[in-house]
Design a protein around this ligand. Structure first.
Ligand code: PNW
Length: 516
């Protein structure tokens, strides 16, 4: 029963106690000393030049807005995204090793419909057909992930050349069709061998192995792949994989262990950034793809806007904040107390290795925020029962998340290049009598989020591109095949792909470079 499962909403930043229950969060921040938050409050003024890049660009774009009120800038990159385990299948082919998701999906009771991704979309064999589907959308970019166990079946040691052969074929096919490949190095399919050998992300040996793997791959694809993401959604991995156990490896660890896992994953990101720079072509660009904890000002007053920025920085302390500042916030360390992760100054500087862009996966509002007269300066409001949601229980609808998240990231850390690396929704997708899927619910969701993205871009927030999740229906992790996110419907019995109405919506939007 879906309803009986732990929720995956709103608790990604860190353990559930830290961010899930609004009232206890407020109490938590009330308990922290004023000194901790004095620093936070002054931080952005210290860290960002008086006239930020965002406000400078705002001036410029305000002028353009009169000419093109509703358009995206020319050159804005439209794309779509998938991940290896969710679509490839062929899990036993060409010497691929086992991943923690193979093991997890084959464990009874872990996947809602008792399915697995042994075959999934059979993309490993049908990739040429799928590249045509991408092309038919009119997108210019495709974000896919590389399966670590195809490259290093044992996680480290000797590479399996056949693994890379597949990605070379895919990359060449994309380029031949005028589509720019964006590769993600880790989208959750850890080699099972590393789980068995070191306890996976519980050990920094896995962080090191990840760096080695990422460097190996970058050395071989960066002649053609110019933009690389390190890890997809550190926050989701930590929370769902190690705290509530809803994702592989399915653990419910103690707080010190969860904090250590989070640190090791951030370290893996930093080591991968360094290895990609060391082994890739000099022009290779790299960054994370993070499902940031999205904090929205409940009403757009200057005080709430500032409070939401503070909340964003604090509630992403173990992820984007440490990656971009090279330190854990005082609030995070005070809260973690004796459960804090063990780390060295050198590790923090590795985690904060300079990146070229920030990728943001935006689906939901995590919190509505108001300014508060407490040491933290903010309070998180509870979600009312009737708050609207899409077809997954976690997928609350707040189009303005797409405006505030990139705006805050640009402002808090002076980030100059942002990609929306995922956005999309599940929908019920029942075919009509004529066999077509008229998914006006998905179109409603996309239209509203994209309108907010256009608002951000028109104000000068430096978002350079958008990847719609997902190209086609696929294995939706612990929801199996029951939740469909694709622009193309997939009949998993026949592997037939059929465009939904939302595919036409997206094509039309791209053609006009405007929300339609
Ligand atoms: C992402 N939330 O996960 C993943 O990167 C994809 O692999 C996945 O298929 C897609 O979103 C849809 O689920 C998320 O609760 C899952 O906010 C849940 C959340 C965010 C991202």
């Amino acid at each position: 029963m879906r309803g009986a499962r732990p929720s995956v909403t709103g608790t990604f930043c860190s353990d559930s106690k830290f961010v899930s229950a609004p009232t206890s969060d407020v109490m938590l921040f009330n308990r922290l000393s004023r000194r901790h938050f004095a620093k936070i409050a002054g931080w952005s003024a210290l860290g960002i030049s008086a006239k930020s890049a965002v406000s400078a660009q705002t001036d410029q774009v305000t002028a353009n807005r009169a000419l093109n009120p509703n358009r995206f800038p020319s050159g804005f990159l439209w794309g779509t995204a998938t991940s290896a385990y969710q679509i490839e299948g062929a899990v036993n082919e060409d010497a691929r090793g086992q991943s923690i998701w193979d093991r997890f999906a084959h464990t009874r009771g872990k996947i809602l419909d008792q399915s697995n991704a042994d075959i999934a979309n059979d993309h490993y064999h049908r990739y040429k057909e799928d590249v045509q589907l991408i092309r038919d959308l009119g997108v210019k970019a495709y974000r896919f992930s590389i399966a670590w166990p195809r490259i290093f079946p044992e996680g480290s040691g000797s590479a399996n050349p056949k693994g890379l052969d597949f990605y070379n074929r895919l990359i060449d096919e994309l380029l031949a069709n005028g589509i720019e490949p964006f590769a993600t190095m880790y989208h959750w399919d850890l080699p099972q061998a590393l789980q068995d050998r070191f306890g996976g992300w519980l050990s920094s040996d896995t962080s090191k192995a990840f760096g080695d793997y990422a460097g190996h791959v970058a050395g071989r694809i960066s002649d053609r792949v110019k933009r690389i993401f390190t890890i997809n959604e550190c926050a989701r991995i930590v929370h769902a994989g190690f705290s509530v156990g809803l994702d592989a490896p399915g653990f419910q660890l103690s707080q010190p262990e969860v904090n250590q896992v989070r640190h090791n994953i951030a370290l893996g990101h930093g080591l991968a950034v360094q290895a990609i720079r060391a082994h890739g072509r000099p022009e290779t660009m790299v960054g994370p793809a993070e499902n940031i904890v999205v904090c929205i000002p409940a009403i757009e007053t200057p005080a709430n806007i500032r409070a939401a920025e503070i909340a964003t920085r604090e509630l992403n302390a173990g992820y984007l904040t440490v990656m971009l500042e090279g330190q854990y916030t005082d609030g995070f360390l005070a809260y973690a107390g004796k459960n804090a992760p063990k780390f060295t100054a050198e590790e923090l500087s590795i985690i904060a290795s300079p990146i070229d862009f920030v990728g943001l996966n935006i689906y939901v509002p995590n919190h509505y925020v108001v300014a508060a007269d407490n040491p933290s300066g903010f309070a998180l409001l509870p979600f009312p029962k009737a708050f609207p949601q899409m077809h997954s229980s976690w997928l609350r609808i707040a189009p303005e998340a797409m405006y505030w998240a990139p705006r805050q990231v640009a402002k808090l850390w002076d980030v100059k290049s942002i990609y929306i690396t995922e956005n999309g929704t599940s929908a019920s997708d029942e075919p009509a009598a004529d066999g077509n899927v008229y998914d006006v619910d998905r179109i409603m969701y996309l239209r509203n989020y994209l309108t907010q993205l256009q608002r951000a871009v028109s104000e000068g927030v430096p978002v350079l591109g958008y990847f719609l999740w997902s190209l086609m229906d696929n294995f939706e992790w612990s929801d199996g095949y029951e939740k469909r996110f694709g622009l193309y419907r997939v009949d998993f019995a026949t592997q037939r792909r059929t465009p939904k109405l939302s595919a036409s919506f997206y094509r039309e939007m791209i053609k006009r470079n405007a929300v339609v």
